[in-house]
Design a protein around this ligand. Structure first.
Ligand code: NAD
Length: 288
């Protein structure tokens, strides 16, 4: 039976460090770091996630703002909203809540967030830094996966890693992070499934990361015995949140597995708040 890779211990240790930094910044500058999340329309999942961010930010003594804009906002109307937040000295981090309505592409919009306020790591330059293994703001979920593995003492060097999902915020940057750690990486996506090859790739994974958004896409019996399984997926099914991996059967074969909820999610938010501190430190120092 697999051990559970819980996000709570890691997220709590990140929050402890954030609390200390908030107190120190308050003492030194008499200011607290503040995050602004841009919410386009009223997408249910996005609104719930924003509520969660707010709760955490308040718990940590951070400032938190929501900029709501209408669902059918045109890209050219959204850009000045972002530029205004870039200029606002009371805001230290700007994030665009996903999912966005279909007419807006996060890959296009990311480049308009000021580099130093891009705490979710969606600006092309921050993504480029991930590719090169350089310091910057890395996408929080991808970073959360790597830190969870490191915390659990999982060695990445030379490992067969299979990532399912190739989005710009999870699968792609994560593949770069694993490569930078000398893992051997395979990235699968919808076309892998369409060719009927998904199972074959999953079967060879020593470390499997699934970030798709399809409940129970990955069958437990496909998991290589003793594999480490990281389920990033979040799906609401009959009022319950579940992942992309068949949890019960996968647990019988894996050595370690993340639950959904309670695995990657809490660490993602903690890393977002840690990034906000990093952004605020640089901005407060610059304003001295
Ligand atoms: P996305 O929709 O941008 O990308 C989905 C990926 O899955 C694509 O690469 C697509 O080709 C692939 N895919 C779709 N159907 C497939 C199939 N049948 N077989 C194989 N691949 C398939 O998604 P995203 O933004 O990367 O999010 C993925 C999931 O992770 C969602 O459930 C999302 O809610 C969740 N998520 C969780 C966190 C967290 O902190 N836990 C953070 C971000 C996203």
């Amino acid at each position: 039976m697999a051990g559970l890779l819980l996000g709570k211990t890691l997220s709590e240790s990140i929050y402890d460090a954030v609390r200390k930094d908030v107190a120190a910044l308050k003492k030194q500058y008499n200011k607290v770091p503040a995050l602004c999340t841009v919410l386009v329309g009223e997408v249910n999942e996005a609104t719930l996630y924003v509520e969660f961010q707010k709760k955490i930010a308040q718990k940590l003594g951070l400032g938190f703002f929501v900029k709501k804009v209408k669902e059918d906002i045109a890209k050219k109307e959204l850009l000045p909203v972002i530029q205004e937040l870039n200029k606002n000295k009371d805001i230290n981090g700007v994030i665009i809540q996903l999912p966005l309505p279909k007419h807006l592409d996060v890959k296009e919009i990311g480049k308009y967030i000021a580099l130093g306020k891009d705490v979710e790591g969606i600006h092309p330059e921050n993504l480029g830094r991930v590719l090169l293994g350089q310091d910057g703001f890395a996408p929080c979920t991808a970073k959360a996966v790597i830190e969870l593995l490191e915390k659990a003492g999982v060695d990445l060097y030379g490992k067969e890693v299979v990532i399912i999902g190739h989005s710009a915020i999870v699968g792609k940057p994560l593949s770069m992070m694993f490569m930078n750690a000398f893992s051997t990486v395979t990235v699968c996506h919808i076309a892998t499934s369409e060719r009927g090859n998904l199972k074959e790739y999953v079967k060879k994974a020593e470390i499997l990361v699934v970030a798709v958004g399809k409940p129970n896409l990955i069958k437990g019996e496909w998991i290589k015995p003793q594999a480490v399984v990281i389920d990033v997926g979040i799906n609401c099914v009959e009022n319950k949140v579940i992942g992309d991996v068949e949890f019960a059967t996968a647990s019988e074969r894996a050595s370690l597995i993340t639950p959904v909820p309670g695995g990657v999610g809490p660490v993602t938010v903690a890393i977002l708040m840690r990034n906000l501190i990093k952004a605020a430190k640089a901005q407060f120092k610059e304003g001295e």
